[in-house]
Design a protein around this ligand. Sequence first.
Ligand code: FAD
Length: 307
Amino acid sequence: MNQYDVLIVGTGPAGLSAALYATRYKLNHLAIGEIKGGQVGFAFKICNIPTEKEILGVELAQKMFDNVKNAGANILLGKVEFIKKTEKGFLVQTNQEEFQAKTIILATGTKRKKLGLEKEKELQGKGVHYCATCDGFFYQDKVVGVVGGGNAALTAALYLSNLAKKVYLICLEKNKQELPAEIVWIDKVLENKKIEIFWDAQVKELIGDENLKAIVIESGNKDKELELNGLFIEIGGVANLPKMDFSLDKDSEGLIKVDKAQQTNVKGAFAAGDVSSGSNGFKQIITAMAEGAIAVNSALEYLKKFN
Ligand SMILES: Cc1cc2nc3c(=O)[nH]c(=O)nc-3n(C[C@H](O)[C@H](O)[C@H](O)COP(=O)(O)OP(=O)(O)OC[C@H]3O[C@@H](n4cnc5c(N)ncnc54)[C@H](O)[C@@H]3O)c2cc1C
C-alpha cells in the first residue's frame, strides 16, 4: 500500500501551500484534491495577493496549481471518500485507492450554504446558482439577483453587472457600514448604476416551475415580488469534509477547531484554510496559504517526535 508521512486533502490555497512546503521539506507527501486551486477558480478578480496586481480567479487557481506541481509536489486529482484512524496514523480512501499516512492535513474548504427554501433544489441550475463566474454567462442582458453582503456577493454582483442589464443585491445588512466586505468592493457596488441594493432584506420565496421567474423578498417588514431570470446565492459556506471514523472537535460554525499550530484534537491530524477555525475566522486566500504552511511545519515537528 502507498505510505506517506503527510497526506494533504484538498488542492485549494491551503492544500497547495501545504504541498509546496512539504516538497521543500522533502517530506514523503501526497496531496489529493478534486478541484485545482479550489474556490479561487470561482472568484471573479483577485486583487489582494501582494504578488499579483490584479488576476482573474480562474487564472490564479491554475497558476498556483502549476507552480506547486512544477516545484515537485505530488498531487493526485480525486476525491477522498473516507478516512480511518489506524494504529500507525490514518488510512485515506478514494474510490479507487487506499493510502496510509502518518499525518493528515485537512484542507477541504467549504461548500456553499443554501437558503433552505422550498424549490431551491429543483430550480438549481434553472435560475438558482451558487457561482457567478461559472454560470453568469447565461444571463447576458437579463435580470439577476445576488443574495449576500460579503466580498463573494459583492464581487459576484460586479461581475454580473458586466453581463446582465440589471442586478439586484439582496442583503441582510441595513447599511454600508454593516457590510462584511472590503471597502473597495463596497464603493464599486454603490457606484454601479446597474446594481440596485435591497437592504435589511431576505429572500422568502422562489417562484417558477421549469425555471425561476421571480422571488419574494422581505425588506423592512414589507414583502416585495421581484421578477428576475437568475439568482446567485453567495451567503458563505459550511465545512466540506469526507466521512471519517473518528471525531474532530468543531466550533459553533461547524469548522474544525485548531490551535495555533493548526493541530486538531486528534494527534497527527491537522486542518488548514476555510475548513478550520484558524486565522481568527478570516477566510481568505492569503490566510489559507499561511495555515497550510503552518500545518506542514507542525506535521514535521510531530513526525520528528513520534517517528
Ligand atoms: C466567489 C468567491 C470569491 C472570493 N474572492 C476572494 C478574494 O478576492 N480574495 C481572497 O483572498 N479570497 C477570496 N475568496 C475566498 C477564498 O477563495 C477562500 O478563502 C480560499 O479559497 C480558501 O482556501 P482553502 O484551500 O481553504 O479551500 P478551497 O479553496 O475551498 O479548496 C478546498 C479544496 O479541497 C478539495 N476537496 C474538498 N473535499 C474534498 C475531498 N473529499 N477529497 C478531495 N478533495 C476535496 C476541493 O476540491 C478544493 O480543491 C473568495 C471565495 C469565493 C467563493
